[in-house]
Write a protein that binds this ligand. Sequence first.
Ligand code: DGT
Ligand code: CA
Ligand code: CA
Length: 599
Amino acid sequence: MRYTEKNPPFRMSQFSLFYAGQPHPTKYDCMKNEVIASHFEMLADLLEIQGANPFRIRAYRNGARTISSTSESLDDMVSSEKDLTELTGIGKDLARQIHEIVTTGKHVALEALRKEIPGGVLDMLRIQGVGPKKVSVFFNELGLRSLADLKAACEAGQLAKLKGFGRKTEESILQNIDLAAKQSERVSIAEARAAAEAIVDDLKQQAEVEQVSVAGSCRRRRETCGDLDILATCSDPGPPMDRLAAHPLVETVLQRGDTKQRVRLKTGIELDLRVVPEASFGAALLYFTGSKEHNIVVRQRAKDLNLKVNEYGVFRGEEQIAGRTEEDVYAAVGLPWIPPELREHRREFEWADAGTLPKLVTVVDIQGDLHMHTTASDGAATIEEMALAAKARGLKYIAITDHSKRVSMANGLDAERLRQHWKDIQNVRARMSGIDILCGIECDILEDATMDLADDVLAEADWVIAVLHYGLKQPGKQIMKRLMAAVKNPHVDIIGHCTGRMIGRREGADVNFTDLLKAAADNSVMMEINAHPSRLDLDDIHAAAAKDQGIPIVISTDSHSVNGFEVLEYGVDQARRAGLTSEDVANTKSLKEFRELLK
Ligand code: DGT
Ligand code: CA
Ligand code: CA
């Protein structure tokens, strides 16, 4: 994956479980390639901050790129004793390190570097527009060790005095630093799920433990989580607590009571484990899943029925009448079971009362993926490799949507290259069976509201995604002029990652969704939920608003490599939070039905 300081797609290491720690390899069925790649990306970042030899840094970055674009699992390669050095860019040293990560779960080189560079220095990489080169200067020349240090230095005008920096950099950092600081207190749903699910799976191994579940915002699939919550039932709380304390992802036990334990993971996030009686599991799960606002309504409904609900059960006077399962708690207060993704006190009670709770879309409903890149622009795999990988995941159709020319750093395509690219796609399509391939384009909507490619070119595409990449900070009026022009363009099929936000790093553009969604509905333009965990754009609220307008939603992975498809589930989670059914999501349809939706 190629990225620049100006426009990082995302920093994989932010999502890595292994950001700070030494994972235990047996905890995972398979060590994902992306996770191994993230180790090397982080190693390269740390070396660059340290001012190490550029060749060494490049070797790690190339290695990371190879790993994330290799379709064969490195984990499998290691266990079947294949020669890793046959992969391009993987020499003896990297092969040895991969072997170490896969077999021991440790990465000595990375851990050594992390000891030399404070964690707060790495936090600086979360700031939009700040990469390892700048951080290196902040750390080595100014001795800054945290976001707070950096903020103070900007406010004191220290940066502007450095060679190669100006007032503009200082202002831009000040503008984005609070968001980075806020974000470092919350983690992406991808990181939250990886950690919580690994720990749940591990607790299930404990013989005495009966039931275990993730709760809290992670179970509701919020896009970021403040902390993790896990519930278990066990006759004796001791063994699960001991097991958690000894888990390789856990750094320290912060608090231990009779039934509750709070720990800090090596990634920095904190986790609560609560051990509850079997007869209260459902009530506790409902209570600790939240949201708080949802719980308040449930409690009020119980009151209206002269009942009391708390984390132990549902009570009539002293008598417990429900609590073992969530279903029976909801039933006791006259409600059907409500999926966790809907528990935000938005419309779930209204739907439940009317008997119209939506049957939410699931990952297996998805038949096609309509946003992905190849080596023609900034992807790591060829058309054929992407198609094969999509087919292996059970997809029936894909659209190849490389960048248009404005995105020059991603090697965006002009009309001539694009037409050749489409010919190449058609050739691959002709010789492949079991998957269909659409000739698409991710076309930039330029700052002046014109499209990056001429209408006659767009007219030849099967599928046109229009997106904002540049000028996201323009005034709302100009942003809307651009989006409206795109929506009204007869060749545009969909608006991709509508706001351009990068969760925790960059605010999105100032979009007036009321106007935009109305125009999209009037012009039969679809809206994308970009599934990447750093985008999730549309968000849940706006995806629900799009549904209300009858706009078909497409959940897309925006894959840049054969492993990019892994993020699909995060997009589906966001769609579920929006209350979307498979009817509302256009890429759950067969290609034939999907084509009928196109204008
Ligand atoms: P987070 O961790 O900020 O991402 O969000 P949550 O929802 O996981 O919040 P957390 O960890 O503070 O608490 C977990 C759940 O426990 C929360 O969703 C609802 C429940 N809960 C916590 N405190 C209260 C409270 O004061 N009242 C009620 N009704 N529920 C609470
Ligand atoms: Ca929580
Ligand atoms: Ca909590």
